[in-house]
Design a protein around this ligand. Structure first.
Ligand code: AMP
Length: 292
């Protein structure tokens, strides 16, 4: 354990998994519930809102900070991912010194060269993010499963910003009969409504300002979907981005919230959601909005 004094208050920060497991055993009682918030660091208000919810609902909260190499299909993306551990610990400490931080080095999670386990998520892994980032969800499944085995959480908190990831984690828990409640939490946004993301730090102030187009387009798509087909809404979105050469639309998809399958014909009994991935000067941003 690394005892980190933050304004004279001790915070518990662990780098090794055995030390974390021992410590959790020593503080857990039969009644205590453990809330867990896995992150890749570069902590922002979105992450902190998940931790806040966990603090409200559990006696113990653990937050992990680990940039997981096996979920990056693009080595350049992994190399430039922001790593700001000292600042992250300060931000978490500002929210609550009681939050236990787990920040393992790579070799505490992976033996030798990091590699992902193969998962079957009943096809959820092949759509949208899975289609454009091959192998991404095997990496996500691998890290989340390993972290769950270490922390043994009662409740685990995931952001709806990564809605497909949330559904994938729920599927993994269901298929493997894991004893964890997976909870989805609302998207936290910047003042211009850009979904908060660690990747936003890589944008210039102008790019960040202009990136408000993403949410604006989602809101426009939501309004249009009331009277139009998913296909015609998608065409409208494509056109909106074509007009803006600073953006490269990777995909826009209206899908069934439960199955994530594309909406071919509207069914009023189903819940739909729009999903978008856009490059702003090589920085890949995603967002999503519920449509009905
Ligand atoms: P990341 O560090 O990007 O892997 O995110 C860690 C967790 O925080 C994931 O469950 C994300 O979905 C969640 N998260 C990231 N950004 C936001 C946001 N803007 N609002 C709510 N949750 C978020």
């Amino acid at each position: 354990m690394f005892a980190y004094y933050f304004n004279k208050t001790l915070m518990h920060i662990f780098y090794g998994k055995a030390a974390l497991i021992d410590y959790l055993k020593s503080i857990k009682t039969n009644h205590s519930s453990v809330g867990f918030v896995p992150t890749m660091g570069a902590i922002h208000q979105g992450h902190l809102s998940l931790m806040q919810q966990s603090m409200q609902e559990n006696e113990i909260t653990v937050a992990s900070i680990f940039v997981n190499p096996t979920q990056f299909n693009n080595p350049e993306d992994l190399a430039k991912y922001p790593r700001t551990l000292e600042e992250d610990i300060k931000k978490i400490g500002d929210l609550s010194r009681k939050i236990i931080v787990f920040a393992p080095p790579i070799d505490a999670i992976y033996e030798g060269k990091p590699s992902a386990q193969l998962f079957d998520f009943d096809g959820l892994e092949n759509l949208m993010e899975g289609k454009f980032r091959p192998g991404h969800f095997n990496g996500v499944g691998t890290i989340v499963k390993r972290l769950f085995e270490i922390v043994e959480p009662t409740n685990a908190y995931f952001g709806e910003k990564d809605f497909q990831q949330l559904q994938i984690v729920k599927k993994m828990v269901e298929k493997n009969n894991m004893n964890v409640n997976v909870k989805g939490c609302p998207i936290y946004r910047e003042t211009n409504n850009l979904a908060m993301s660690s990747r936003n730090e890589l944008l210039s102030p102008k790019e960040k300002k202009d990136a408000s187009l993403i949410y604006k387009t989602l809101v426009g798509a939501k309004a249009k979907f009331k009277k139009n087909s998913a296909e015609s809404v998608a065409k409208w979105v494509q056109k909106s981005f074509e007009k803006n050469p600073d953006f490269k639309l990777e995909y826009f998809q209206i899908a069934d919230e439960a199955t994530l399958l594309p909406c071919l014909r509207k069914n009023k009994n189903k819940k739909y959601r729009a999903f978008i991935a856009v490059f702003v000067n090589n920085i890949r941003l995603i967002d999503t909005i519920s449509l009905n």
